[in-house]
Ligand binder design. Structure first.
Ligand code: ZN
Length: 139
């Protein structure tokens, strides 16, 4: 059986400086569309001031993720980069958290826990376009 790659790119807009955007459905729809049944699913965002996480999406915990970031990487700290464009915290948090996640794809289903949702973290919004690349690899 041959190996295939299916790629889709999406764009979402964000409305606040800090925001959690759930993208699980978008990713899982891409998996269905691909027809690929076994392999891997890569979720990647080509941005230096946003991040991708996998965890529970519930309003309180969603705001806790953002509070955690603000507490440990304070936006108003005197970062050197803030003299240029005032978003050093977003670069640092994006570096630590990461811009991608990979998932196993087994029997046509992206494998994740019951409480695991895929989320984009906006760290320097609002932005008109945050790109999300979903690549499904397998057979
Ligand atoms: Zn910057």
């Amino acid at each position: 059986m041959g190996c295939g790659v299916y790629v889709r790119e999406y764009s979402v807009s964000t409305n606040k400086r800090f925001e959690v955007v759930k993208i699980t459905e978008l990713v899982e729809n891409t998996v269905k569309e691909s027809g690929i049944r076994n392999g891997y699913v890569l979720v990647f965002i080509p941005h230096a001031t946003a991040a991708v996480i996998v965890n529970e999406y519930e309003p309180n915990v969603a705001s806790d993720y953002l509070e955690w970031i603000k507490k440990y990487v304070p936006p108003d700290y005197e970062w050197r980069h803030n003299t240029i464009d005032n978003n050093a915290h977003a670069h640092i948090a994006s570096s630590i958290i990461g811009a991608s996640r990979i998932f196993p794809l087994i029997d046509g289903r992206l494998v994740r826990g019951v409480w695991q949702e895929i989320m984009l973290l906006e760290l320097d919004g609002p932005r008109r376009s945050r790109r999300i690349v979903v690549e499904v690899m397998g057979s």
